[in-house]
Design a protein around this ligand. Structure first.
Ligand code: GLU
Length: 324
């Protein structure tokens, strides 16, 4: 045996002894996929792309964002549920995929509270109803009056069937007593494109993806879901202020994996995200989108998903919402 072979045999023996299984290497030993279950340009995509690079740096491996849109996020989320629980196939957790859609879609192939391993909630984001600048009202009072005067005349864009935008708008419609038609997209990105282009007059979106269009004057914000008025939109009332507190719910954006993820994977991703968020530049990038940095524990995030699922189940039941 040559000296070089001896060295590599010794190296292999060390790997075996350290890890307890042949070939096992410390996680992560290859790039990690972070799946976005919506099209590019939505808030899920924005948060994933802000965190992926610094998370990769913290872990010493690349984190590759992959978009898999369809079914209001259910197609991508199902792929994450069915992935091998080795930590190399992670997904973005959204309200649409973990609470809203599972509450309304009886055919959904997973249970949001038992089929995922929640890891960390990265950010909480406000939501907004906005209109195209050609809409004949610029504030909530005028908006409501216009819709009441013209039932069925207008439509609204959302990030997908059964998602947060769909269910929150249906809840708002039934509480406000108006009728507008739903137009689902493969994510907020394409929904925004069509609203900004004037194809659809109204959109319900999570703030981070809508904010740049609002700031550029291409969309007019009407009402926001946030605990209080937002510094970026000081003149826009919250749903609570207009007397519709049940619609005043924020969205969450986190990371999850399939069920049974090993503890060291959970800890490494969770610590990696926390470390990334400690970088003031990364933290600022999230806050500049109008979001609040959360960075909670896996247990806290699991409890949050469970609670949100319960909220949406009640909304679906109370409003008798059904998928068309
Ligand atoms: N707004 C998100 C997107 O299209 C999806 C909806 C959610 O946040 O649950 O990227």
């Amino acid at each position: 045996m040559k000296r070089r072979d001896l060295v590599s045999v010794a190296g292999l023996a060390a790997t075996v002894m350290v890890s307890g299984s042949v070939w096992a290497q410390a996680y992560p030993s290859k790039p990690i996929k972070l799946q976005v279950p919506f099209a590019p340009g939505g808030t899920t995509d924005i948060v994933a792309r802000v965190i992926s690079e610094p998370l990769g740096k913290a872990l010493g491996q690349s984190v590759i964002v992959e978009n898999k849109a369809g079914g209001g996020g259910v197609v991508g989320a199902t792929e994450t549920v069915r992935a091998v629980p080795d930590g190399y196939n992670l997904g973005m957790a959204t309200v649409s995929t973990t609470a809203a859609n599972p509450a309304i879609n009886t055919k959904i192939p997973y249970n949001p509270t038992t089929d995922f391993t929640p890891i960390i909630n990265i950010a909480a984001t406000p939501n907004v109803i906005a209109v195209h600048p050609s809409f004949p009202a610029k504030d909530y009072k005028g908006f409501l009056a216009e819709l009441k005067k013209n039932p069925g005349k207008y439509s609204y864009a959302s990030s997908g069937t059964g998602g947060i935008g769909h269910l929150q708008t249906e809840l708002w419609k039934s509480l406000a007593g108006v009728f507008i038609t739903h137009i689902p997209y493969r994510g907020a990105g394409p929904a925004l494109n069509d609203t900004v282009a004037g194809q659809v007059p109204i959109i319900f979106d999570n703030l981070p993806s809508a904010l740049p269009f609002i700031q550029a004057g291409k969309l007019v914000p009407i009402v926001v879901a946030a605990p209080q008025r937002l510094p970026q939109l000081p003149n826009v009332p919250t749903f609570k202020e207009i007397g519709l507190e049940p619609v005043n719910r924020m969205a969450y954006y986190g990371i999850l994996g399939p069920k049974n993820l090993p503890k060291d994977v959970i800890d490494k991703i969770s610590n990696g995200v926390k470390k990334a968020l400690q970088d003031p530049a990364v933290n600022k990038r999230i806050q500049d989108t109008g979001s609040l940095v959360v960075a909670n524990s896996p247990e806290e995030f699991a409890a949050q998903i469970k609670a949100e699922f319960e909220v949406y189940k009640k909304v679906v039941e109370a409003q008798k919402l059904k998928l068309d």
